[in-house]
Ligand binder design. Sequence first.
Ligand code: MN
Length: 201
Amino acid sequence: MHTLPKLSYAYDALEPHIDARTMEIHHGKHHQTYVDKLNATLKLFPDLQTKTVEELLSNISEVPEDIRQDVINYGGGHANHSLFWRIMSPNGQGPEGELADAIVKTFGGLDGFKEKFTNVALNVFGSGWAWLIVAKDGSLKICQTPNQDSPLTNGDRPVLVLDLWEHSYYLLYQNRRGDYAKSWWNLINWQEVSKLWTNRG
Ligand code: MN
């Protein structure tokens, strides 16, 4: 059974960038629904129940066709949100060390990286996600996915992600998606991003 991950911070800890009410509904209702629907989808498939959601998404062709899209939607919803909670923190600092070097090398600097990432985020049409991923060749890349699609199904390894569904910002920001995307940079848990990047966690 897949379960809703506990947050390492309180619902109001990300204020003023993300408000407590949004966190309560986003984590407690939206994410919980993805978990419940994923479990319901896998109900008749005991072999698949032993796999992690990341394993399911990374090997999506092994999931029977009649439930494959549901696993992409609900499994993606579960995995994407779990990562989103993990890479945020009320006291984000960084990046440092090798990850900082890689960002400078790849994107010309932290500011350049943030600008490129934010541009991709604001170009997500409708509901979706912006990502920093490690591609199969080991390079860092910025990309977007629609709906609840996960980069794992393409063989990419996600290390940073921003939820661009309206439910993630509408109560506080309404139509001002750009303000949300900009404010979110104050919340990055670069230590966790670094662990994900080096594949140590
Ligand atoms: Mn969401």
